[in-house]
Design a protein around this ligand. Structure first.
Ligand SMILES: *Cc1c(COP(=O)(O)O)cnc(C)c1O
Length: 444
């Protein structure tokens, strides 16, 4: 653990001179298609702080997009991954296996919802997990169609681009996309045409009607949904929506896949966000928060579904790398020992309290939502028309960055400011970050 003082400190312009130098090198060496939210080059990161090469200390409300839930150099992650690194870096689990992989799969069976027999397969990235969930569901059902939702995000590979809703920046110019992908409405309460109250059942009825009319339930292999939609704007499907869709899947032999890559591993104050409405998915995809920053992802689910793919049909050279598995065991240890579900709930309480008070002063805030350490505010030009205000989101993010608070934006309309602090962040830093956001709102 690098034990960085947990305090915000801005000693240069942001980005500072050393970051600017590195950014100039980066621009000539790194492909332009790979962007950065804030071109501040990192020297160290820990707890709620990212320290840059110029000595600035930023309050981290991003966690590298919901990855460093336990902090970016958590003691147990560093200890276990370092020990593994010294033993061996790789054998390939498909060549000669090792215990860490099995231990991670055992932990996933224990932590994911439902007490049925479960199995897992490990991969490197979230997109790879989603692709494999689709492969497994197709092998199990012998069907082809995959149903996804408006505002959904599932990755950047060819199949997962097809599953992702938003054109810019994820899909534009990169087609043609994989076939047999069908998109249906999601219960986005804030923007539902009849208002939020009946949104859950109404949206579910519409989605089910479209699936029935356009594909036929017996043609559907999988329904893939994020229990809290991440990139699409931290949309919590209105109550009743997820249970109705899960029931429809069950009644029709469709594999219900919860993509918990962003919402899983304590992020929403539960091990998995689908627990909120008592949903037990057939398959669950995880990545991001799973391994304290090391690249690892998983598909976990009902043993009989997971075993449907023939031997040798799943895998990959690096999938379930031993160092990444050790990191995951360290991250899970930290989540348990530091009660990060409890911490996430406390973050929600503090953030929602402060943001609600801000909403009374600033009309630009149209909606505040999210759970645990996954909180967002949607910005609008007018509270009646709800016209999205992407410019305000951009300006606010820039003002926060300049003051040393790293925040991210998201949403189909680019008008959502999202907050994903490491769950180990101190409450004083959390409040200071919120002070900066409040000052930015007043200035913008
Ligand atoms: C980030 C994300 C993915 C893709 O994960 P990568 O590791 O970037 O491939 C898929 N689904 C959801 C919900 C995500 O948030």
């Amino acid at each position: 653990m690098s034990a960085i003082p947990q305090e915000r400190r801005v000693v240069t312009a942001i980005p500072g001179p050393k970051s600017q130098e590195l950014q100039a090198r980066r621009l000539s060496a790194v492909a332009g298609g790979v962007g950065s939210v804030l071109p501040v080059f990192t020297a160290r990161a820990d707890g709620g702080i990212i320290e840059d090469v110029d000595g600035n200390r930023l309050i981290d409300f991003g966690s590298g997009i919901a990855v460093t839930t336990v902090g970016a150099s958590a003691e147990a992650v560093v200890r276990r991954a370092s020990a593994q690194l010294a033993e061996f870096t790789h054998t390939c689990f498909m060549v000669t296996p090792y215990e860490g992989y099995v231990e991670v799969c055992e932990a996933l069976a224990e932590l994911t919802p439902g007490d049925h027999a479960k199995k897992s397969a490990l991969f490197n990235s979230g997109a790879e997990a989603v692709e494999n969930a689709v492969k497994i569901a197709r092998a199990y059902t012998g069907r082809q169609a995959v149903v996804v939702f408006d505002h959904g995000y599932h990755g950047r590979t060819n199949l997962t681009m097809a599953l992702t809703a938003k054109n810019m920046p994820y899909k534009k110019g990169f087609g043609p996309f994989a076939p047999e992908v069908y998109r249906v409405p999601v219960a986005y309460g804030y923007r539902w045409h009849t208002g939020p109250d009946n949104c859950g059942p109404e949206a579910a009825a519409q989605a089910i009607d479209q699936i029935t009319k356009q594909i036929g339930p017996d043609g559907v292999a999988a329904i893939v949904i994020e229990p809290v939609l991440g990139e699409g704007g931290f949309i919590e499907p209105a109550k009743g929506f997820l249970p109705a869709i899960a029931r429809f899947a069950e009644d029709n032999g469709i594999v219900f896949v919860a993509d918990e890559i962003q919402s899983g591993f304590c992020r929403t104050g539960q091990w998995f966000a689908c627990e909120d409405e008592g949903i037990v998915p057939d398959l669950i995809t995880t990545a991001k928060g799973i391994a304290g920053g090391l690249p690892l992802s998983a598909v976990t689910g009902r043993a009989e579904i997971m075993d449907a793919a023939h031997a040798g049909g799943l895998g990959g050279t690096y999938g379930g790398n031993p160092v990444a598995c050790a990191g995951a065991l360290g991250a899970i240890e930290t989540m348990r020992e530091q009660d990060l579900n409890g911490k996430a709930k406390r973050i929600e309480e503090v953030m929602k309290g402060r943001l609600s008070a801000m909403a009374e002063k600033f009309d630009v805030i149209g909606d505040i939502r999210g759970r645990g350490g996954m909180i967002a505010m949607e910005l609008v030009k007018d509270r009646t028309t709800k016209e999205p205000d992407a410019e305000a989101a951009g300006a606010l993010a820039r003002a926060c960055h300049a003051a040393g608070v790293l925040v991210l934006t998201c949403g189909t309309y680019g008008n959502v400011l999202r907050f994903l602090p490491p769950l180990v962040i101190g409450e004083d830093l959390l409040n200071e970050g919120l002070d900066v956001i409040e000052a930015a709102l007043a200035a913008v």
